[in-house]
Structures are given as C-alpha cells and as structure tokens.
Write a protein that binds this ligand. Structure first.
Ligand code: ATP
Ligand code: MG
Length: 270
C-alpha cells in the first residue's frame, strides 16, 4: 500500500561550503538508523557531493559486505537549454520525475541544494516541510540571513535569501500546505567559549524573531567530518563496521552531537 506523501527535508542556503551536503548525509544515515525509509535528491548536478558520498558508501558495502543501509537516490541536472522558460520547464519536469519515483514509497525525501540561487533550489524551497540552513559561526555567514547592527543587534536589512524563503512560505500557504519549519543550524562550531559565540547568539536571536526561523547548534568543527567521505561512512555507522575498533571517546561525543542535531530538527518520526 502506498504511503502518505513523504516529509521533505531541504538543505539550502545561498553560500557555498557551509555544510549542506555533510549535514544531509548525517541526517540521512540517522533516519535510516531509526528504521525510516529515505530517498535523496541531489540538486547540485555540478558538484554532486551527496551523490558521490553515497556512491562511496555503495562501494564500501560491496567491498566489505558491511550491513549498512543506503537510501535510494537521484540527481536532477541543471538544464543547458538556451531559453530560460524552457530551461526552467525542463528542470521542473526532471524534479517531478524524481519526486514521482519516491514520494509515495518513502518516509522522508532529503533534497540537497547547491550553494547559489538556482531555479531547482527555488522549487525545492517551496516544497520544504523542514528547511535546514547550515551556517558557520561567523558574521560573514550571518549576512546570508540579514544584516544586524554590530552594537545593539537590531536587524537592519534582510538578505535576498531570507526574502526567497519568505516567498516560498507564501507559495506553500497559497497551496494549502502546513507552514515550513525553518531551522538554521550552526555548523563547524568551535568548542571553546568565545566572545564571537556570544555575539552570534545575540544576533541570531534578533534575526530569528524577525524572519521566523529557529536556530540550533549542529556539529562541532572536527577533522573527522571530512575524513569519512571516501568510505561513504558517518560515525553513526561505526558500531556496524570494522572501523569500530578505532572508536575513541571523541567518537562517542561526535555521535552524540549528530543525534542532538537530528533531534533538534523535530522531524515526524512516529
Ligand atoms: N562540522 C564540520 N567540521 C569540519 N569540517 C566540516 C564540517 N562540516 C562540513 N565540513 C567540511 O566543509 C566543507 C564544505 O562542506 P559541504 O560540502 O558539506 O558544504 P556545502 O554547503 O554542501 O557546500 P556547497 O555549497 O559547495 O554545496 C567540506 O570540506 C566538509 O568536509
Ligand atoms: Mg553541497
């Protein structure tokens, strides 16, 4: 019997390299671990980071026979058609094909957007039940949400990205869909307590009231998040694979922070 529509988790922002694909991979593996069925749609047809991560996982499974789960996945390429309208139509059609393939069969679809403003990214934002926007703990990254006064943290101006999310929300509302939950995730957080961290808290608090997101602390800045890509693994897999012998206390802390991140997203798991 086919299920209700899948819950759509979109990883998006308009800044490169903040951790969208890394967080996407960890969210996917965590959901699979919890017995959920998940499909991945990669909208970054140029870099294909998440698809490459998953290919590496498949190869690792074939080589080692490890009992790891893998999601179904598809890449939606950007169209190269000269005419903008035709280009948009082609991309919309390709996205629809991918959605039709998965939508009624899985609990969650995770869509990974590129770090710039594309038509596919806009389409994905308009269908996000949960929008996950990673940002590094820096005032440079904060600008992707809006400008905040450095002294009193008053919001001075919203960014193009925040405006785009606002339009996506309106589109959802017109379409009779429930409101999107927009979660800004602080990624690559430094474990040391710093003045910058406190100021980021104040600025994000000012912004969240104005543009209706909630922010959570995501992953610490750890080399380990970069190391496992070639094997297609995350720390959540370590109890099931041979690498388990290398588990140290730091790895326990890492797994804990990944779990906290996914819990913070408040996804419908029942
Ligand atoms: N918590 C973390 N600690 C350390 N390194 C990280 C962390 N999160 C991401 N990285 C590294 O930061 C880089 C960018 O991450 P990622 O590719 O996930 O970002 P992205 O937002 O998907 O980028 P793009 O916009 O180009 O698609 C990668 O080298 C990744 O390994
Ligand atoms: Mg990416």
């Amino acid at each position: 019997m086919s299920k209700q529509s899948a819950h759509m988790i979109v990883l998006g922002n308009e800044k490169g390299g903040t951790g969208k694909s890394t967080l996407a991979m960890h969210i996917v593996v965590s959901l699979l671990d919890q017995g959920k069925s998940v499909a991945v749609i990669d909208l970054d047809g140029r870099q294909k980071t998440l698809s490459r991560y998953l290919e590496n996982r498949q190869q690792y499974i074939s080589k080692t026979g490890a009992g790891l789960s893998c999601p179904e996945s598809a890449v939606v390429p950007q169209s190269s058609h000269q005419d903008m309208k035709q280009r948009q139509q082609e991309e919309q059609d390709s996205l629809q094909v991918a959605l039709d393939q998965f939508q009624s069969d899985v609990d969650f679809i995770v869509l990974d957007c590129p770090g710039n403003d594309t038509w596919l990214s806009r389409l994905a934002h308009a269908m996000a039940d949960t929008l996950v926007t990673p940002m590094n703990d820096s005032f440079v990254d904060l600008d992707l949400l809006g400008q905040v006064d450095a002294r009193d943290f008053q919001v001075k101006k919203l960014s193009h990205y925040s405006d785009m999310v606002w339009s996506s929300r309106q589109l959802r509302s017109v379409g009779g869909k429930p409101p999107m939950d927009w979660v800004v995730v602080r990624n690559r957080v430094l474990s040391v307590h710093s003045h910058n961290k406190q100021r980021m808290d104040a600025a994000l608090t000012a912004l969240q009231d104005r543009i209706m997101f909630r922010y959570i602390t995501g992953l610490n800045d750890r080399v380990v998040y970069r190391e496992l890509f070639p094997k297609g693994l995350t720390f959540l897999d370590f109890k099931k694979v041979q690498e388990a012998s290398k588990t140290k206390m730091a790895h326990v802390a890492t797994r804990y922070e990944i779990r906290q991140l996914v819990e913070g997203l408040r996804l419908p798991l029942d």
